[in-house]
Design a protein around this ligand. Sequence first.
Ligand code: NDP
Length: 395
Amino acid sequence: MEKTTLIIGAGGVGRVVVHKCIKNADVFGKIVLASRSIGRCEEIKSELPNADIDITTVDADITDEVASLIERVNADIVINVALPYQDLTIMDACIRTKTPYLDTANYEHPDEAKFEYKLQWARDEKFKEAGIMGLLGSGFDPGVTNVFCAYAQKHYFDEIDTIDIMDCNDGDHGYAFATNFNPEINLREVSADGRYWEEGRWFTTKPMEVKLVWDYPEVGERDSYLLYHEEMESLVKHIKGLKRIRFFMTFGKSYLTHMKCLQNVGMLGIKEIEHKGQKIVPMEFLKTLLPDPASLGSRTKGKTNIGIVAKGIKDGKRRKIYIYQVSDHEKCFAEVKSQAVSYTTGVPAMIGAKLMLEGKWNGSGVFNMEEFDPDVFMDELNTQGLPWQIKELEV
Ligand code: NDP
């Protein structure tokens, strides 16, 4: 029987997931795209006039609404590309309806800028009881970076000592300041303290305190800053023998200067304040002022390069491996009308869901990406638009 794939969230990433699922229609069957407002859904549907897509609204903050929708459309899988705030309600709706679940970012509470898997992992038993699989963080980072680590572990090392995740977005959209994905999520992430893990302990750094210069293939040398990023929480559990893991991201000078000013004047605040008798959240107001990330696609030029550098031992010898993927903003836009940040997130979301529907990745419970065989995912990356490279570096 033909499958039904329910995609929740019609933002930048949702658009890519829809386009890519349609390219793999033999696996995904009928697509139902649901989001808070119908306008974006209509826009995406109109880009694919010959495809089998139904659109509808849903408030994914309400478990009952999501569960009724899953039942009404008889979904075989739910791809959650709304915001991290909706992860738990959508997971609970999947448990209730016994429907497999996938997302790209870990749960955050709207009032507290803190990523952690605790509440999602706590649903593992319920997923097991329901006999369904939940795949967490199937974007690029988290997502592909986890798979790169699993691939390095499987093929290149007996034991990995250190991993540095290196994330560079060298795109230029021509604005003095804008964010490439949801501004609220993006600014909460980069204005938070940095954290890395070493010898079993987490260490905290001030925002942008630790910097290194990294030479990104096809991009060049860029300042890269240590941030906390969610995939580290699961990788320290699953990569054997790991002694240290860090995450670095590039930022341009203009971005950092703007962010510092906005932070200094309180515009990144996430608590309600009173303004002329009205309650507003500064970060939400800022989001209203900033360019919509979806509108950046047509103006963004340049490349992204995201990868991992792993050091460790193979057959008694030390080695250092760099696995990375380069995407070109303009090429991504030409293919699916989204820039590379949405593209590099949406393609792995589609691949994760494809492997689940095909039964190539399966299980009952809640899983992170590195827990499955990386080879099938790495093959799909090469054929679905995200070809990767491996370099042996000098130790
Ligand atoms: P957008 O803000 O562009 O899109 C989010 C969409 O979710 C919007 O269409 C929005 O609807 C919808 N939405 C918000 N709240 C609800 C709700 N309560 N019910 C139903 N729909 C809702 O974000 P992106 O597309 O850029 O990001 C999507 C996800 O991908 C996020 O979770 C983000 O953190 C994650 N991400 C992951 C990355 C990775 O590499 N792992 C990288 C980049 C993003 P409306 O249009 O009405 O506001």
